[in-house]
Design a protein around this ligand. Sequence first.
Ligand code: GDP
Length: 200
Amino acid sequence: FSQRDAKFLLSAVISKHYSHLTDPEITFAGRSNVGKSSLINAVLRSASLVKTSKKPGHTSALNFFSLSSRAHPKSITVVDMPGYGFRSHQEWGKFIMEYLSTRKELQRVFMLVEAKVGELKSTDESFLDLVEQYGVSTQIVLTKIDKLKCADLEKISSKIIDAATEIAPTAVQPQAICCSSRSKAGIDHLQAEILRVCHI
Ligand code: GDP
């Protein structure tokens, strides 16, 4: 991808506002402050398409982006899900549940967990319950790995995958992707995975 390949499409909380988008789709989810905005910008190779902010919960809707490139004939839709852990679970849950349960275009959710945190929090676990319930293929992405030593990363990665697999045995993919928006480690791998799951 290059910077011009990505563009913002729309923000939405109800499905009729995004049901006309029919390209293969992937979604980024994670707790507030996990590094989601920075990671999406890195993946889309854009400095500020997704606003990064230290203020938790600055996005409160689903944000849709289109990714197309001359190298690939088909476009992909990339969705930025609001960070969980800032609204009441009920309020957050309603439109997320509608999205996860109805979105046929959705090929995979990339669920971000900060590597240094080293474990799943209760909001991560609730989210995994949802993807398991709706049968949505989900891959764990460990973020901000520049903060850790490689040896620690391997241990943390298998611990988190084990915990996630226990909650969502059919939804969770067996391999985590390890990334840093700061050092750019793992970004190419994540991009390749996005193209692969979207059959591009
Ligand atoms: P979001 O709330 O999940 O969208 O997270 P942001 O992308 O806004 O990042 C939250 C904070 O983590 C900011 O202070 C970022 O500078 C920092 N951050 C994001 N990605 C990385 C990373 O790869 N490495 C490090 N060390 N810090 C990061």
